[in-house]
Design a protein around this ligand. Structure first.
Ligand code: RP5
Length: 172
């Protein structure tokens, strides 16, 4: 793994961390150096802004931001950097993440946040999207992504064959 983190995974609260483990695992699997931060748009606004303002100079290439409720973290980070920002709406609270989804995805024109799904596919896809961005300039990551997609296809095809067999037996 290279020494300088190129991906940051930032969350609004440590309570978000368990839901982000799939994202961290993808980054580990691809051997990409990452940093993890707890920074809040509301509770630590100055620290969140300072982090985002210095992110490019620190060598980061993509920033993933996860937050729940009135989820302004990704937007605030995107407002302080021109690095690509991927937002993960955390699916907690009485509205089951609909609040965080809208707060993250409905950015005003000029400050984009690439928002992934609220709920379980979100963190994994956020990491995979970050890798696709990095792969534009990194041949090794591109090859790993191609292998990942092939392995995923093969495992679904194997399940398809298994299910076909199972129901052929049932219908005999
Ligand atoms: C958001 O509020 C965090 O991202 C978290 O999803 C939510 C609740 O935070 P805690 O009250 O658990 O710290 O800012």
């Amino acid at each position: 793994m290279s020494q300088v983190p190129i991906v940051a995974v930032v969350m609004g609260s440590k309570s978000d961390l368990p839901k982000l483990e799939p994202a961290l695992q993808v980054l580990r699997d691809f051997d990409v150096a990452f940093t993890v931060r707890v920074l809040s748009a509301h509770r630590t606004p100055a620290a969140a802004s300072a982090f985002a303002s210095g992110a490019a100079d620190a060598g980061l290439k993509v920033i993933i931001c996860a937050a729940g409720y009135a989820a302004h973290l990704a937007g605030v980070v995107a407002a302080h950097t021109v690095l690509p920002v991927i937002g993960i709406p955390i699916d907690g609270g009485p509205f089951k993440g609909m609040d965080a989804l809208l707060a993250t995805v409905q950015m005003p024109g000029g400050i984009p946040v690439a928002t992934v799904a609220a709920g379980s596919p979100g963190p994994k896809n956020a990491a995979l999207l970050a890798l696709r961005m990095l792969a534009l300039q990194d041949e090794g990551i591109r090859l790993q992504l191609q292998n990942f997609v092939r392995a995923q296809r093969d495992s679904v095809l194997a399940v398809d064959a298994e299910v076909q067999q199972q129901y052929e037996r049932v219908n005999e």
